[in-house]
Design a protein around this ligand. Sequence first.
Ligand code: GDG
Length: 483
Amino acid sequence: MALSATDLTAGLVVVANRLPVDRVVHHDGSVSWQRSPGGLVTALEPVMRGNDGAWVGWHGGVGETVEPFVDEGLTLVPVPLSTEDVEGYYEGFSNATLWPLYHDVVAPPQFHREWWNSYVRVNQRFANRTAEVAEQDGVVWVQDYQLQLVPAMLRLHRPDLRIGFFLHIPFPPTELFQQLPWRRQILEGLLGADLVGFQLPGGAANFVRLVRARVGHKTHRDTVFLPGGRVVTVAPYPISIDSQGFEQLARRPEAEQRAQEIRADLGNPRTVLLGIDRLDYTKGMPQRLRAFGELISDGKIDVNEAAFVQVATPSRERVGQYQVLRDDIERLVGRLNGSLGRIGRPPITYLHSSYPREEMAALYRAADVMVVTPLRDGMNLVAKEYVACRFTEDGALVLSEFAGAADELRQAYQVNPYDINGLKAALLEAMNASPRELGRRMRAMRRQVADNDIGRWASTFLAELRRVRPPHGKPTRPSSVAS
Ligand code: GDG
């Protein structure tokens, strides 16, 4: 359903790089939109419906303008991107400058002035569109690293708005962030928000420290004091998943049956190990595959008794570093399978593909050991999804200490993914743990994931945003504390 300009104003506006829908072109040439099953939209849908919500984001098409429309009760406001925008703002500055810089420079970030100019231009377009859509004194929630300039751009035109910002990826230590030629502009962009949220206390602390050092504002714990009396609150809000939704998927008899089929197709090994990641150099895939391969060649694992399934969801395929990574992983898998496999028993089943959520739940049900070894990760939802699906209170989670999720999932087998010997030891320990030990760990992790789901994350953030900046009121001192 298309909308007129007057239908458009909304009391709660979410601004994200992508709209939560994908365009589907049917055989007869007609076009419809399919909801992408992200956790964010699941979490925000109830609050957005109750608040006249709108979502501002790119629709995914290049060089094409799409009018605002309503999809399943949600107002969607598309922002167009040209070929140059996609290259400069999205593939360039967002994914080849900021992404590696914010993930501990595990790949070298590239700094190009024309990418930066494109990032500024596109952020301004998002801010302009949002300024048109948000109603007087409304709430705007800006998401993630692609849109860090939007809060300040928006505030300039719409000082009445309550603006929140949440960063889904890590916020880097000062020593790394300072490499960025446009560091001050990014900090000032974020300071346009009333509430700036990070995944972990460490990210919040990095941000406050940088604001003090680079912009020179006074700060006290989780608060930044701006000249003119405005205050900005900075705090951690660890994101989560739709825990119940995942558990329900996993509890369906079809999921159990499919899990059995998967195990049978793998030759019913004693242990199934699983990795599911976007194909990204931050996720530590080579490290885990190398560790698994070495355990086989050391004779610690029998190739007839263990199978590793690695799902690598295609991602950012036009960015050079991702093309190199794909080649590297595929060469590694080929080498390990070639040297360690037997007829009908490749040790690694590698799937460069994406699957429906039902299949993901079946995979989680099929896996005895879930292996999540990012070199750096804001949170990592896959780890939480695995836990949500293990209603049988079994299965082991091997989890990198450099994933945000490690802060909450303390009972996982935590590893330093750079330490291949440590990783091998943790894999063996997880594979050989007693059911009692696995149950003890899994029960504790399941409580954590059930109690802290995505709905709670969203409502906590929005409640704090309304509290630090009451309507028509002066900003107040925050209650939450980020050291
Ligand atoms: C960023 C941060 C932070 C994956 N393959 C398929 C599929 N997925 C889903 C997973 C999970 C999501 O994608 C991936 O989330 P992660 O958290 O693991 O990683 P990023 O994509 O890097 O996300 C991260 C997150 O934002 C949220 O703040 O946790 O640190 O990097 O939900 O299930 N889903 C389906 N098919 C697939 O093949 N349906």
